[in-house]
Design a protein around this ligand. Sequence first.
Ligand code: THU
Length: 174
Amino acid sequence: MASAGSQAGTPDRGPSPAPRPAPEEMERLLKAAHQVALHAWAPYSRFRVGAALLDQEGRLFSGCNVEVASYRLTTCAEQAAVAAAVAAGARRIRALAVVSPDSPECLPCGGCRQTLAEFADPDLPVILERADGTPLLLRLEELLPRTFRLAPPGLRDARSDPEATRPGRGGGSR
Ligand code: THU
């Protein structure tokens, strides 16, 4: 069940397009991501990032990167947004936007892709912004094929178990 690649999709048929969120939804997420990016603390890289997501109930959460002089302690924008969502009881992510006012088409780093996979289906719409300001829609699975997963006994899968969406129902430990 937890084997690597279990969510890898159907390579023979090629990747299916990302489920397209409503244009207003994409706009809302991009706007929120831009807003929160202005709060980024990025004095070392000068690379500000904002992320905004919708949970299963349509609640919006956002986060920005927070750099620390000891560089490895830096938090990415996506991590911050996911942490805010989970702290509010969210367990599933329906759509996510990531932007940087300092660089177009800002892609989530590898670590953030794995964090997103914890709470999202492989076809999670990941919305980026092209240099011309138009949205670029990708699927999480395109960014992170053959996702590593663990399934300890008793763990409720945040991606497929409705009970897991309820706070305090995360199940097992890792
Ligand atoms: N960064 C993010 O916030 N998200 C990513 O997915 C990529 C990288 C931040 C971390 C650091 O503050 C800066 O961008 C440069 O790496």
